[in-house]
Structures are given as C-alpha cells and as structure tokens.
Design a protein around this ligand. Sequence first.
Ligand SMILES: C[S@@+](CC[C@H](N)C(=O)[O-])C[C@H]1O[C@@H](n2cnc3c(N)ncnc32)[C@H](O)[C@@H]1O
Length: 284
Amino acid sequence: MNKPEKRNASSYCNYNDSFLSYDQNRQPNGLQEILHIFGQTRIPVEEQTVLEGGFGTGAYINHIRHSMKEVYGVEGSEQGYEETKQKVGDADNVHLQIGNILDLSFSDDFFDAYMVNQVLHHIDTDRSYPNLTLFLKESRRVIKPGGALTINTCSQEQLNPHSGVYWNYKYIEKAALTLQARYVPVPKLISRLEELGFTDIKTTMPSGKLFQEQYYHDPRLALDTDFQKADSIYCFCSEKQINEANTLIRSGIDDGSIYQHMEQAEKQAQKIGEAVIVSARKPL
Ligand SMILES: C[S@@+](CC[C@H](N)C(=O)[O-])C[C@H]1O[C@@H](n2cnc3c(N)ncnc32)[C@H](O)[C@@H]1O
C-alpha cells in the first residue's frame, strides 16, 4: 500500500520535500527586530503568549521559546511540523499544530503577539489578495487588544530580478517575476491593515540575512539542488529553466561577471535590506 501524502499548505510549493534541506540554507532573519516590536507593547516579552503562523521547520520558535512565556505554532506542512517537534524536544511552553492560518482554532483575544515570517506569498494566487484579508481578519480576532502583529515579507524592489537583493534571481527571471507577483506590495499590505482597523502600522528593515553565509560569496551554491529546494522560487522553474540558469551561472563564474553582479546585489541589500517587517497593533 502507498504511504499517504504528507499534508502541505503552500499554494505552489511542496514543503515536505523542501524542508529536508531548509535549515542548512536559511537563517531566521529579523528575529531581534520582531522581539523588539513585541517588547514595545504593554506586557513584558517574557510574560507574553505568542503565535507563529507558518512556522516551517521551527527556526524562529526554537529561539523565542527561551524568551517568551507560551509559544503556539500553526503550520500547514506535516514535514515542517515533525522537524519542529524534534527541534523543540519536550519544551512544555511550546504548543504546535498542523493547521491553516486562514482558519485558526484559537478563541478571540488569545495572543499578546502574532508573527508570520515569509508566509503571505504562499496564501494567494489572485492579485487582489483575497486570502490576505482572511488572514488579517483572523489575526485581528485572535490577538488581544493592544497586541502586536508582525509580518516578515519582501518588497517588490527587493525581489526585482535585476536590481534586487537576491543575485541568483537574475538567472531565473521568469520565476522571479512570478514570485514577485505573489508578494503583496508593501503599500497595499499597509492599506489593507488600515482598512481592517489595525493601528501603529510601521515598517522595519531587519538587519540579518535570509540565507546561509556561503550564498553571499560563493555562486556555486546556487547550482546545488539542496539549496534550490530551500527557496520556493525554484518551484516556479521547469527543469529546462534550471539547466539554462546553471549554464549562465557557470559561464558567469568562468568570466568573473557574476561576482560584479553579486556585489551589486549586496550593496542593494545594505541599502534596502533583504526583507521588511510590517508591524501593527490591534487597537485597545
Ligand atoms: C517560506 S516558508 C517560511 C517558514 C518559516 N516561517 C521560516 O521563515 O523559516 C512558508 C511556510 O508557510 C507555510 N504555510 C503556507 N500557507 C500556509 C497556511 N495557509 N497555513 C499554515 N501554514 C502555511 C508553509 O507550509 C511553509 O512552512
């Protein structure tokens, strides 16, 4: 008998496969800034109950569980859920479930803080972003009055395949443009937060990096299938497109032109960051 497929929530990527190499290639970017935002509410961080939506392999949860009182997580991929369970061991302040951030099982006003990190581009296929509204309404419902919501996402500028901060996107331009369209533009996200009555809306540039160190100096990393699995952009690429990109990267390495392009992307990242945290509060 065939094993049943593991559950998965993304609208375009099977994370049950991607997560096998995710932790080796990614870093929990923005963690310090997020904790700082949570700390600006009326309750001290160490007394807060927090939710992470779409926690992936649990990189953020495994850090914040040491500085926050109770940590809840909802994740759509069974593989992510299992890896996170292993990571946090028997920590009794961590409560994980497989579920959908568009339809949470928690009662109203349950959390002091709620964070989603690089998740929102998975929930909508339609450019009017209807699921974003569902997500924000659910967020507002489960957060306590005065509580904080942090949305770690990327701007259209950061994702630009030519002038953005991810140097390898130039070689998979079509996929980069498709991915860019999945990300709600930051001004649109802000206006949706306003429409739904959130207050104290701010943007913060996280200082950290999204990928492992090798990505920033060794272009050969982008040829590695394990690295490719750890960025969902490659789910938009056919095998032919990946082969073409690999050929371009190899020739850029041979003639040295890729290093110039990487330097340009790095300069842009210093200027505009690799991601953006949009934060807001539920009014008191
Ligand atoms: C790019 S990963 C980010 C993982 C983690 N937040 C991190 O930054 O390391 C996106 C995650 O969102 C999850 N996800 C996407 N849509 C979801 C939904 N509707 N409900 C719950 N999880 C969802 C995916 O399964 C995946 O784990």
